[in-house]
Design a protein around this ligand. Structure first.
Ligand SMILES: Cc1cc2nc3c(=O)[nH]c(=O)nc-3n(C[C@H](O)[C@H](O)[C@H](O)COP(=O)(O)O)c2cc1C
Length: 183
């Protein structure tokens, strides 16, 4: 099995990464684990030209294909996204826009397809205490999964998270989910 741990934030040493690090510790050594942080990639904004509706290819050449290839290699993906202004971080939204050539968002057009049978789990986190913002982020990831033909069977979220140290409180809960998700 190939697992991709996907940090949907620009930051590689924060709470988002800590959640993925705890998960990684629980994954058996015979599983191939890939880990990425969106902040490490150069992903240009979608220019809205809609050329990909016809060609199934983006006119821009950057790191996007590299990320798509890594998603395509994975059987299971975990996407962890913090709340930025009550939504996903801008880098992740740009990434989603650029997935258009691989999505069925334009039903009458052809599109590229990822390998079938992938599963994605979503995790959201925020500093504020009300769950609504996290639920919105989970919905955004679910929406992306739907159009990418990826199943999303489960998710979780954490409120009241300022930084990496706050994740310690939830270490057992995260480890338990990882065992369940990567059995
Ligand atoms: C630009 C920015 C905007 C943020 N906006 C919100 C917000 O709207 N609501 C919230 O609860 N937390 C917000 N936060 C806090 C983050 O969701 C929280 O600190 C999270 O733990 C960040 O994860 P990280 O440590 O991996 O960067 C924001 C943080 C940043 C940097």
């Amino acid at each position: 099995m190939n697992v991709l741990l996907f940090n949907a934030s620009p930051k590689k040493n924060g709470a988002t990464q800590e959640i993925l690090a705890i998960m990684k510790e629980q994954i058996s050594t015979d599983v191939n684990v890939d880990m990425l942080c969106l902040g490490d990639f150069n992903i240009a904004y979608c220019l809205g030209e809609k050329c990909c509706y016809e060609t199934c290819t983006c006119i821009q050449e950057d790191d996007m294909q590299q990320i798509i290839d890594r998603i395509d290699q994975a059987d299971k993906i975990v996407i962890v996204a913090p709340s930025y202004w009550a939504d996903v971080p801008g880098q992740f939204k740009v990434f989603i826009d650029r997935c258009t050539p691989y999505s069925d968002t334009n039903p009458n057009q052809e599109h590229r397809k990822l390998k079938a049978g992938k599963v994605c789990y979503a995790v959201a986190l925020r500093t504020g205490t009300r769950p609504m913002e996290c639920e919105h982020i989970i919905d955004t990831i679910k929406h992306w999964c739907g159009h990418m033909k990826i199943e999303m069977p489960d998710s979780m979220y954490f409120c009241g998270i300022n930084d990496k140290a706050d994740i310690g409180l939830y270490q057992d809960q995260i480890a338990k989910k990882a065992i369940e998700w990567f059995l």
